[in-house]
Design a protein around this ligand. Structure first.
Ligand SMILES: *[C@@H]1O[C@H](CO)[C@@H](O)[C@H](O)[C@H]1NC(C)=O
Ligand SMILES: *[C@@H]1O[C@H](CO)[C@@H](O)[C@H](O)[C@H]1NC(C)=O
Ligand SMILES: *[C@@H]1O[C@H](CO)[C@@H](O)[C@H](O)[C@H]1NC(C)=O
Ligand SMILES: *[C@@H]1O[C@H](CO)[C@@H](O)[C@H](O)[C@H]1NC(C)=O
Ligand SMILES: *[C@@H]1O[C@H](CO)[C@@H](O)[C@H](O)[C@H]1NC(C)=O
Length: 470
């Protein structure tokens, strides 16, 4: 819990500085999530309801007798969750309690009691800007009679089916058990919800993007609850060396149209254009997109050497009669632009490329430099909790000369020869980087399976089921 508090403090420090320039994400949890939670929630609810029962003092004739009671088993055959518009979630559960009563006889007595539990949970936002669930109403209904060793032992008829050891009247004991449950069941549910809140708090965890960069998500207001879904408005902050990355243009409030995503999916995440712009800005500022394509002598695969360049720029051969390796320094001064269209995404990269000769291990001599422009198609996928990208070149690489130390350079030839030399290492580099992916909003031990990605104009939708790894 302590780290959650520290994160809260960190957020409190950075948020004023970030202002309104925060890329938005809308996470919509649909009804199917409730079905999944009811399914995986039964076991923890059973454990939570297994409360300790205080000893019972029974009057046996004239003596007071201490009776020890255990709940060896609670079965929750039925757990049902529904959305309550404007509020949160309604919980209704049916539980079968088994009590083991240790009396003076040789065998403990076993009593069973079916109990129904109804509770309303409000879903709001915590002080650390994670989702917060709190029980606003809780009613255990204990109207059923006890079953004694499988028979009906109602309050009116406590002894009719008692065993041959003829136990004393069970009525006071049954009252005791019911009052214990009446007092403890809602508290147990509340404490289960507290554990859930700690888990929900992991939504705002910092997740590494690269060695010096992180992403963090937090809620920007109360969730919207309808009868069909809960929508969480989430913002991302990307950090480079501890400082938040801020888009030059203020992020616009993100309002995705509905309905979106695959029908019946547990969760849909709508990712705004701003998220992609911020992630690319982070990569560019971190220098992660820059690369050096290094030449190597006596290699058939690597043509980057002066004798090869000299074939179309004679001045290179004149200056470097002996073959030397050539290096391409690819630098991204401008942030790549991602365009989200209907059904496809593209990315425009405008690197500055300097062509140098490696005159020794550490000394370089510049031959010429060029502005390059390349359009890439961007395929998006999600694995576990990460959004990953894969790019391939669309169309031609556009090259413009910016300076030359080797006199006239035929731009058509450069385009013809440099294009292929430059494309492959750039794609390998980009795909290695984008393949690492960026974490989507997520919680500890939860992953997206099976995710589907839909690209719309101006936003991306990830539609998925959830899987909780215990
Ligand atoms: C729970 O108790 C009810 C009523 O006694 C019974 O019908 C049902 O089969 C029990 N379910 C389980 C899972 O024990
Ligand atoms: C037990 O007895 C009560 C009251 O007589 C009755 O309402 C209930 O249905 C009975 N339950 C079973 C499982 O026989
Ligand atoms: C220079 O590159 C060309 C083209 O790949 C290659 O055929 C040649 O062997 C290279 N020369 C040296 C000295 O590495
Ligand atoms: C992307 O989709 C748009 C509109 O459907 C289409 O005009 C364009 O050619 C597509 N681009 C690619 C690279 O598939
Ligand atoms: C890249 O795409 C943009 C927008 O479609 C276009 O204006 C530009 O000419 C393209 N550049 C290249 C190198 O294909």
């Amino acid at each position: 819990m302590a780290w959650v508090c520290r994160l809260g403090l960190l957020l409190a420090l950075v948020l004023p500085a970030v202002g309104s320039s925060r890329p938005g994400i809308v996470v919509r949890l649909n009804r199917a999530v409730l079905d999944y939670v009811s399914d995986i929630g039964k076991a923890p609810l059973q454990r939570a309801l297994q409360v300790t029962v205080p000893h019972f003092w029974d009057r046996n004739g004239k003596e007071l007798q201490l009776t020890r009671i255990q709940i060896p088993d609670v079965q929750v055959p039925d757990l049902h969750l529904t959305f309550i518009a404007g509020m949160g979630i309604r919980v209704s559960a049916a539980a079968n309690f088994t009590f083991r009563v240790f009396r003076s006889g040789p065998e403990p007595l076993e009593l069973k009691l079916p109990v129904e539990l109804m509770a309303d949970a409000r879903v709001t936002q915590s002080s650390i800007r994670s989702p917060l669930v709190s029980i606003s109403a809780c009613i255990p209904s204990l109207d059923h009679g006890f079953l004694l060793d499988g028979h009906n032992s109602t309050a009116e008829d406590p002894l009719s089916h008692a065993s041959s050891s003829s136990p004393p009247a069970l009525l006071p004991l049954q009252k005791h058990l019911k009052s214990v449950l009446r007092n403890k069941l809602c508290l147990s549910l509340a404490s289960l919800v507290q554990d859930l809140n700690v888990h929900l708090g992991t939504l705002i965890g910092l997740t590494p993007v690269g060695p010096e960069s992180q992403i963090q998500y937090f809620m920007v207001g109360k969730p919207t609850v309808t009868n069909d879904y809960i929508a969480l408005d989430i913002n991302a902050v990307l950090f480079l060396l501890g400082s938040p990355i801020v888009l030059a243009v203020n992020a616009t409030p993100f309002l995705p149209p509905q309905p979106v995503g695959a029908p019946g999916a547990m969760v849909t995440l709508c990712l705004s254009q701003d998220l992609f712009d911020s992630a690319l800005l982070l990569l560019q500022k971190a220098g992660a997109l820059n690369l050096d394509v290094t030449g190597q002598l006596k290699s058939d695969e690597n043509p980057l050497n002066t004798s090869w360049l000299g074939q179309f720029i004679p001045e290179v051969t004149r200056q470097f009669p002996n073959p030397m390796p050539v290096v391409l320094k690819v630098r991204l001064g401008a942030t790549p632009e991602a365009t989200l269209g209907a059904g496809n995404a593209t990315m425009r990269l405008q690197p500055f490329v300097e062509v140098l000769v490696a005159t020794s291990n550490s000394a370089f001599q510049s031959l010429f430099s060029m502005d390059v422009e390349v359009n890439l198609s961007l395929q998006l996928s999600v694995s576990k909790v990460k959004l990953r990208g894969f790019t391939s070149v669309l169309g031609d690489v556009q090259i413009t000369m910016t300076s030359s130390n080797v006199g006239f350079v035929d731009i058509d030839q450069v385009r013809l020869l440099m294009g292929p030399v430059f494309k492959k290492p750039l794609m390998n580099h980009l795909n290695a980087l984008l393949g690492l992916g960026i974490a989507l909003p997520h919680m500890l031990n939860l992953k997206y399976v099976p995710p589907e990605v839909f690209i719309h104009e101006g936003y991306v939708v990830v539609s998925s089921g959830l899987f909780y790894e215990r």
